[in-house]
Design a protein around this ligand. Structure first.
Ligand code: SAM
Length: 240
């Protein structure tokens, strides 16, 4: 059976090296574990979720495809569903960045014993990057994916040291350096969304709103600077 993943989950799957044992935490439907199993990317996969209903969906799919020997479905919170060393790659996708960092902090023994973390935070991606730097991980790959006009950042991290500037935490050290084909569009969309938010707050002059507007203006200006740098680099490349 062919499993077609969304662009977002394909980007997550691309960061999983072949031949390693994987845990997909917050698996929900179980698409990623099934994709890894049927494509022989991973020999042994833990598919876990803290929700009974999502896990039941994953179990149903695994049963339908007779993949029970390869995929172990487990109900439970975060990384507590497996012992340190039982998974060599820990994937967490489609979950907010704060919840993700709390989950990794609570399961640090399992996270540190893994060879790689593959993370796709829905929000607060800068906080995830800072958390990784502060907790003995270094980012080894970053990717972007687009589905239906929404952009998603994917981070692969491994045990190690990393220094991050504020700019690198916000935009991604490797995305800033790589010239990823989607990076400019991703930033343009962010700039547009932030500008709309700022415009919507125009009539609100409470102290809190003014503070928020200042933050938004600063963020828009940082995004614009990165876009300008990409354009300048492209123009220079075009001249050569
Ligand atoms: C939006 S779904 C994402 C599903 C899939 N990972 C993906 O990216 O398509 C988030 C899932 O994470 C699960 N979840 C949230 N917090 C969790 C936690 N602390 N431990 C285990 N599962 C969790 C939810 O129950 C839900 O099924």
């Amino acid at each position: 059976m062919r499993i077609k993943l969304s662009n977002r989950l394909q980007a997550v799957a691309r960061q999983i090296p072949a031949g390693l044992k994987v845990a997909d935490i917050g698996t929900d439907h179980g698409y990623l574990p099934v994709f890894l199993a049927v494509n022989d990317i991973s020999p042994q996969i833990i598919a876990s979720d803290r929700g009974k209903r999502p896990l039941a969906q994953a179990e149903e799919l695994v049963g339908l495809l007779s993949l029970e020997n390869q995929i172990s479905c487990r109900l439970g919170d975060g990384l507590s569903v497996f012992a340190p060393g039982e998974a060599e790659v820990v994937c967490i996708a489609g979950i907010g960045g704060m919840a993700m960092t709390e989950m990794i902090a609570a399961g640090m023994a399992q996270a540190r014993a893994a060879k790689r973390l593959v993370l796709q935070p829905q929000r607060n991606v800068a906080a995830v990057r800072r958390f990784l730097a502060d907790n003995g991980f270094r980012i080894v790959a970053e990717d972007l994916a687009e589905d239906d006009g929404f952009y998603y950042e994917v981070i692969a991290a491994e045990p190690g040291e990393m220094q991050l500037s504020d700019l690198e935490a916000e935009f991604g050290p490797l995305l800033l350096a790589s010239g990823h084909p989607l990076f400019r569009d991703f930033l343009s969309l962010r700039e547009r969304d932030l500008t709309r938010l700022l415009e919507a707050m125009a009539g609100n002059n409470s102290e809190e709103s003014c503070r928020r507007k200042e933050q938004l203006e600063a963020e828009i200006s940082r995004v614009a600077k990165v876009i300008a740098a990409i354009d300048a680099k492209a123009a220079k490349g075009g001249e050569a």
